[in-house]
Design a protein around this ligand. Structure first.
Ligand code: ATP
Ligand code: LTN
Length: 345
């Protein structure tokens, strides 16, 4: 059995048991406004009331072919960006998935409790298989099992994500319930945490599709760390319909999307936004959304520019995060090993 490294175990054990949160983003591209609004912004708010683990899920990222040097760089940048967005490594555990071997170990076991049929129904698998028809690998198929392992390993109660991940969390619950029904109460059954506004930010070039960091067209997304000018310009050019009244309505995907973005930064309701832009055209509205969005990201961008130069600090966060996560993960994994009947010496 592995030994616990430098982690201050007493400190971890003495912390009062708060409800636990786990979430992650893949270092598969530059983190977008969709990732920020749908996930990371909520992570920041949840830190004050929960015991949070936030992970850069690099094992998931290789389900799609990655350039190794870019994956390494993006992993580092993603972790720096978590901190720049307001994740406080003193409060939350921030780490890289491949630094904690139990994720892959538990995934093997849970794979033996997950149906082929269940995995075949996952819409993300179907979408990604269509997009990467030259590389439909088994990791892409079992991706949700690894995600279930991430969550169940830490006995997470809540998982803050965008709406696209809801199906994976439902599968996680099903697998955990199945495992528990055989072996007793091993896993906490997690709930998704999905905010109504911002749960799906759409592409700026095709507003019927989700904004995605692996989209080959950079005009389709706002990267959190791009320049202010790029943000304002991309929003100005965002695809909208031929109408000109700022109104949230079915079929007006482009405007609905910009209204959601505006609402997330200003806290205004759709009614309030409609009133604010009554009698004004799309041009005025897009300019306001662009400026508001750029203003909202300014602080993160400045902090990121400072942090990214501090390699020693980012690596120290990675290391201590991995040590804490390692300790917690071992607790669950050794229980699972015992329950399924693995021989222990
Ligand atoms: P990829 O393009 O590589 O599939 P992605 O941009 O879709 O990546 P993920 O790493 O899969 O991002 O997702 C990280 C988190 O961000 C998840 O909680 C996911 O639900 C959320 N998220 C991703 N895109 C959006 C979006 N457009 N709107 C809201 N939430 C999103
Ligand atoms: N599959 C998620 C990323 C992810 C995740 C997780 C999110 C991997 N493991 C655990 C929450 C909890 C995605 O957004 N594609």
């Amino acid at each position: 059995m592995d030994k616990i490294k430098n982690t201050n175990v007493d400190e971890i054990n003495s912390q009062p048991q708060r409800k636990r949160i786990f979430s992650g983003v893949q270092p598969s591209g530059i983190i977008t406004l969709g990732n920020y609004i749908g996930a990371i912004k909520n992570w920041v708010e949840l830190q004050k009331d929960y015991d949070c683990l936030y992970c850069v899920v690099d094992l998931h990222a290789i389900t799609v072919r990655q350039v190794p040097s870019e994956l390494r760089r993006r992993t580092f940048e993603a972790l720096a960006l978590y901190i720049a967005c307001g994740i406080d490594p003193e409060k939350s555990t921030v780490f890289v998935q491949s630094h904690v071997p139990a994720h892959a170990e538990l995934a093997w076991i849970l794979g033996c409790y997950t149906g082929f049929g269940e995995l075949s129904r996952m819409t993300q698998f179907k979408d990604k298989s269509r997009k990467h028809s030259d590389n439909i690998n088994s990791g892409l198929f079992t991706y949700p099992v690894l995600m279930a392992s991430d969550i169940l390993l830490y006995q997470a109660n809540l998982v803050p994500v965008g709406i696209d991940q809801k199906q994976h969390i439902e599968l996680t619950r099903d697998v955990a319930l199945r495992f528990n029904s055989v072996y007793g109460d091993v896993f906490t059954i997690p709930e998704p945490y999905i905010k109504e506004t911002g749960m799906k930010i759409n592409s700026l070039t095709d507003p019927t599709k989700k904004m995605s960091k692996s989209d080959p067209n950079p005009s389709s997304y706002i990267a959190i760390i791009e320049s202010r000018d790029d943000t304002v310009r991309k929003i100005k050019r965002a695809v909208t319909d031929s109408d000109s009244t700022v109104k949230y309505a079915p079929g007006k995907d482009g405007i609905n999307n910009l209204m959601s973005i505006y609402s997330c930064f200003t806290g205004k309701t759709f009614d309030e936004i409609e009133k604010e832009f009554d009698g004004k055209g799309y041009g005025d509205f897009k300019a306001a959304v662009g400026e508001t969005c750029a203003d909202g990201l300014d602080g993160i961008r400045n902090e990121y520019a400072r942090l990214i130069k501090d390699k020693a600090y980012i690596e120290s966060v990675m290391k201590s995060g991995a040590e804490k996560a390692y300790y917690l993960s071992r607790k669950t994994l050794s229980k699972v090993y015992r329950k399924v009947g693995f021989y222990n010496v």
